[in-house]
Design a protein around this ligand. Structure first.
Ligand SMILES: *[C@@H]1O[C@H](CO)[C@@H](O)[C@H](O)[C@H]1NC(C)=O
Length: 265
């Protein structure tokens, strides 16, 4: 936001506060106030973690400087919740997808049916906010039992920006490959969830086999290697975790969606 924008926002906030003193008549409806609260919260109460403000902590996470963290710092729960539920998360995702679509437009495609794009599932094709909003936005330790029960409902909403990219790729003949660290037994519920949210026409849905012992990074790299060995060209790869987009072969270009709620190595 520009300085002028911030100033305007603060003036509007001051006007809303003044209105409650009866100085002027101002009609305040929730639709107007809610985005204002989301916009103001990071300015007024960003919270601190070990002396670092939550917005700086989030940047550290996104830039892969902060690694191997287990939970969102308790003092940042409110900050992360506002980030995820307000417009900021959507805006940040839009920047990523705008860049991805510009990249697709710049490609000279062979159009031979061998060009694929790898998509992660959680916080990439679909959003688990309905779950995480009930579990401290990542401030409480991950519970695989309750998360998998939620995943089995197949009710997670699509991330609209990712869907825009997905449809773009289909329209130019690049085949989506869905590659997720979810366990194999979640295949049916994951496929149902994706279908309900309008994702169709993928080439593969790859889930982690029961016996696989390694990290998410190792699993995903090995699956991409198999694609490449089978003659596919991975023209792009998008995920919310660094472990989605690191590890050869990564794909010709990678895109990192925001996720300040959890870390998977
Ligand atoms: C994890 O979730 C399950 C199912 O909701 C619950 O029974 C269990 O107590 C939870 N475990 C922890 C450590 O909170």
């Amino acid at each position: 936001m520009t300085m002028a924008g911030t100033t305007t926002l603060l003036l509007v906030a001051a006007a809303l506060l003044a209105a409650s003193c009866g100085a002027w008549e101002v009609t305040v409806d929730d639709a107007v106030v809610a985005p204002l609260i989301h916009a103001l919260r990071p300015l007024l109460g960003s919270g601190r973690h070990a002396g670092v403000a939550c917005d700086s902590w989030r940047l550290g996470v996104e830039a892969y400087n902060v690694r191997d963290w287990k939970t969102v710092p308790a003092s940042c729960e409110g900050y992360v919740g506002h980030y995820m539920l307000g417009s900021h998360y959507r805006r940040d995702s839009k920047v990523v997808v705008d860049q991805a679509i510009a990249y697709v437009d710049s490609l000279k495609l062979a159009g031979n049916g061998k060009e694929v794009w790898v998509f992660d599932v959680d916080e990439t094709t679909v959003s688990n906010l309905p779950y995480y909003s009930r579990h401290g936005f990542g401030a409480t330790p991950f519970n695989v039992t309750s998360f998998n029960a939620y995943a089995q409902e197949g009710s997670a909403p699509a991330l609209p920006e990712t869907k825009r990219l997905y449809n773009k790729l289909l329209s130019v003949g690049i085949k989506p490959v869905i590659l997720t660290g979810r366990a194999e037994y979640l295949r049916a519920s994951t496929a149902t969830n994706l279908g309900r949210q309008g994702y169709a026409g993928w080439m593969n849905l790859l889930l982690k086999a029961p016996g696989f012992k390694g990290s998410s990074l190792a699993f995903k790299s090995s699956e991409r290697q198999k694609l490449q060995d089978a003659g596919y060209i991975i023209v792009g790869n998008i995920g919310d975790q660094w472990s989605d987009i690191l590890g050869a072969p990564e794909g010709a270009r990678t895109f990192k969606l925001p996720d300040p709620m959890y870390y998977i190595g």
